[in-house]
Ligand binder design. Sequence first.
Ligand SMILES: Cc1cc2nc3c(=O)[nH]c(=O)nc-3n(C[C@H](O)[C@H](O)[C@H](O)COP(=O)(O)OP(=O)(O)OC[C@H]3O[C@@H](n4cnc5c(N)ncnc54)[C@H](O)[C@@H]3O)c2cc1C
Length: 642
Amino acid sequence: MQLDARAPTGPIEQRWSEARFKSKLVNPANRRKYKVIVVGSGLAGGAAAATLGELGYNVSCFCYQDSPRRAHSIAAQGGINAAKNYQNDGDSVYRLFYDTVKGGDFRSRESNVYRLAELSVNIIDQCVAQGVPFAREYSGLLGNRSFGGAQVARTFYARGQTGQQLLLGAYQSLSKQIEARTVKMHPRTEMLDLIVIDGVARGIVTRDLVTGKIVAHTADVVVLCSGGYGNLFYLSTNAKGCNTTATWRSHRRGAFFANPCFTQIHPTCIPQSGDYQSKLTLMSESLRNDGRVWVPKNVADLDKDPKSIPESDRDYYLERLYPSFGNLVPRDIASRRAKDMCDQGKGVGPEVAGVRRGVYLDFGDAVKRLGRDTVAERYDNLFQMYERITGENPYEVPMRMYPAIHYTMGGLWVDYNLMSTITGLFVGGEANFSDHGANRLGASALMQGLADGYFVLPVTVANYLAGLKPGEALDSHPEVKRTVAEVEERIKMLLSIGGKRTPDSFHRELGALMWDYCGMARTADGLKFALGKIPELRDEFYKDLSIVGSGEELNQMLEKAGRVADFFELAELTCRDALDREESAGGHFREEHQTEEGEAKRNDEAFSYVAAWEFTGATNAPKLNKEPLDFEYVHPSQRSYK
Ligand SMILES: Cc1cc2nc3c(=O)[nH]c(=O)nc-3n(C[C@H](O)[C@H](O)[C@H](O)COP(=O)(O)OP(=O)(O)OC[C@H]3O[C@@H](n4cnc5c(N)ncnc54)[C@H](O)[C@@H]3O)c2cc1C
């Protein structure tokens, strides 16, 4: 299939305003006749549903949590980027655009990234108007800090709770629309399939998570903002509920899945402490503004009290290897270097599976330089969280950190309008693949979610709806009935297996396989091994799965089983994509493709494209479609942060 990105041409700074001008409009009096489904109430979905509701459309919004306020976006700590240049340190929309294309290792679409940078400034205005309590300087101006991959301070923040505060802003706007009855909220309701009629997305099938009732909801357009798939790896920094079911089921109905192997590892997470852990905790990247990363130079010092190790015996390896960016190199690079140090036997902390997986993140100098009060103002809630989990006080003892799976750049393929390969199915936020290429820069996910939700989708969805006759009655359409029947059948099948293993035990094993062979470093042999193992484990899942309880009640085991079943299929596609991409780019590091200094080595000649995978049947190999990437403005070069 020929992929049409519908990316505008012409001067890049005019593309979005021209696209908006050319977009068709819906008369305000007619908007309520159009039914819009939004799956997700995180920053992307919450913002989209609230804005479309405010515009007057008839919106239904779905989430599996008990309140839209509990979407995973609430976990975001460090901040949100915007090219306001309040610091007068040389920032601009163009620089944010440049940093994002380069940071993504030249695997993103320029038009989309420029629009993101352009909209970043509107997001801050919108959120300030909502009352989001961003940190301020003494002067009253909003404060900024730096994040990885940038030499300017453009990250707006609300202590270490930026996601929570932004989500409360979006939630307030959503609540106003719920009250005004332009949005009907469906909490604790999980989308289990997409309804496609004559190639067009026309609704979803959901399960009420409390009663188990399966229901079809039809609409004129479906917008998925269902988040990322980091929990494919079982241990990740994502909320435990995050999953791929909405995106994977849509993929099975015809939406292409793009770049699944572009997964991001975050360098500063609390290290794994044992085999029975179910979650890893992120410590915000903002900590690398003032914390210094090091390991002992001598193996004999690994067990010593870090404070007793003199400066001369410490290796501040990021400052040594990357003097320009130091501790603020992008995530992919900081993560790989931490792994290198641990693989060289210089890791600190307890051994897990025979390896010490930890490097120090030290605030000793920052406390001396800035004083404890200033450090507390910036990071205290993160320090408290760390102390609660590890029992160590970061003001006194260096933190220990190790990389963990954190974010997924891959997702459903979308064109410039954020429409997938299924007509009428739009995708926003982390669920789409759009803006971050092979590596997302810190504080850019919140920016993308809100740009999509508040500013892009309201224009592009309206443009789509303007060409349709609204409100066609579809509830008794045979395709609707067929999709409902298929969902019911799948649930029945999962419940009937009657084996001995829990969904969690399969998920844990699948996650370990993915981390070992498709995690921070990948090889052709390892990926082939994983591609052999995943179907074996999946077969066992369908023979030995145990779910207690029934489908007609609250049953979290059943919920998990459905999600793990979809993770199995996505795992296979992710390994296939990683095997196919014979280069290293951003978060995708193939050991066979590295420079002499151990940096990622791209192959622009052969792989300067988006890999958009097409589902061709449960027993058939997926088909690879390619969207070639052109770089008119930011010319691909070897990324250097030295
Ligand atoms: C610990 C942590 C810290 C982070 N910190 C930052 C940061 O400082 N800055 C930054 O830019 N980014 C950060 N990120 C990344 C960022 O938080 C996420 O990428 C972003 O919030 C995703 O928003 P979203 O709206 O796309 O999805 P989510 O917030 O994940 O929301 C998904 C929504 O979809 C719903 N949903 C999903 N599937 C279904 C289904 N089948 N049926 C019904 N509903 C469904 C959920 O209920 C939820 O409402 C962080 C991530 C983590 C894990």
